[in-house]
Design a binder for this molecule. Structure first.
Ligand SMILES: Nc1ncnc2c1ncn2[C@@H]1O[C@H](COP(=O)(O)OP(=O)(O)OP(=O)(O)O)[C@@H](O)[C@H]1O
Length: 292
């Protein structure tokens, strides 16, 4: 009912002159992010997933949901350029993703802050890496802007050991946003947080994403989190042994979120279509994600 079957393709081309010689140019680059027939196999005969193709538009928020081990983190790492696929290609903004880049911000469940640096210094480190020519004042203004965005101005000169788990995760988010990446990749960023903190940070993230029109790809196990945040939800199955042999995991469905984009956590349950959408995703996880 909500499935987006149309992976739009257009003939618009990226100027070859702007492309380094070792990078391919996507022949079809209508999507800001274009994932083409991605597969990953640690054992050749039993790929974790195969034939994963999807597109994302600029400014779109996409969540991916699937059971443990189906390959979500592997896909995110390939999008980040931190891992390579066994086959297939990823193009972002018309260029092939061939390695890590400051054009992509990544936030993992563990916040990965440098413990000997303050919040300000942690974020300044990222900002200076992104814009090495910037002066002190420019860096300071950028750091303070993004720390304020996650509500941590009062803790800007504290070290990670002086912060709660939620605060540390906010710093990770501020750091990822501060380099103004073309794309943000979030791997269960709130997985380790208590429900109350998680809810607050979900609201904050949603506000910042709407304000900055950031393109986001996020892994979550939380169906409500996906419904709150995502414009589209990708449903992924696990590889499994069937009567006709091993079948790799892959994308089973792309679900468009029909709820109004300006939704909030408090009103989510009252919106028309919420329970239908939730039941659809839960049914997938219970009965289709592992069965073929
Ligand atoms: N280096 C590796 N060598 C062999 N197998 C691996 C390696 N890395 C990951 N795998 C396997 O690949 C599969 C996919 O792993 P991945 O972490 O991408 O799954 P996931 O869907 O993100 O899981 P989770 O929800 O538990 O984080 C798993 O079965 C995992 O055991």
């Amino acid at each position: 009912m909500w499935s987006d079957e149309s992976l739009r393709e257009s003939a618009s081309r990226v100027a070859p002159a702007a492309t380094p010689p070792n990078q391919k140019v996507s022949p079809m680059s209508s999507g800001f992010l274009k994932v083409e027939r991605l597969a990953k196999a640690y054992q050749a005969a039993r790929p974790v997933f195969a034939d994963v193709s999807f597109e994302m538009s600029r400014g779109e928020f996409v969540c991916i949901i699937g059971h443990s081990g189906c390959g979500k983190t592997t896909i995110l790492n390939v999008l980040a350029g931190l891992d390579t696929a066994s086959s297939g290609n990823v193009f972002m903004d018309g260029r092939e993703v061939a390695g890590p880049s400051l054009e992509r911000g990544v936030v993992f469940q563990g916040h990965a802050l440098m413990p000997w640096l303050t919040v300000r210094q942690n974020i300044a480190f990222a900002v200076k890496s992104r814009w090495p020519d910037w002066g002190k004042e420019e860096v300071k203004a950028q750091v303070e802007k993004y720390v304020a965005m996650v509500g941590l101005s009062h803790a800007i000169d504290k070290k990670p050991s002086e912060l709660s788990g939620g605060m540390k995760q906010r710093v990770g988010i501020a750091r990822a946003f501060s380099i103004q990446p073309k794309m943000l990749l979030l791997d269960e960023p709130f997985g380790a947080l208590d429900a109350l903190t998680r809810g607050t940070i979900q609201d904050e993230l949603m506000g910042i994403v709407r304000q900055t029109q950031q393109t986001v790809f996020m892994i979550t196990h939380d169906v409500d989190e996906a419904i709150l945040l995502a414009d589209r939800i990708l449903l992924m199955s696990n590889g499994s042994d069937t009567d006709s042999g091993y079948r790799p995991g892959g994308l089973v469905e792309m679900v468009s979120n029909p709820l109004p984009r300006e939704r909030t956590r408090a009103q989510l349950h009252h919106l028309d279509g919420y329970y239908e959408l939730r039941n659809h995703i839960v049914d997938f996880l219970v009965s289709r994600a592992k069965a073929h």
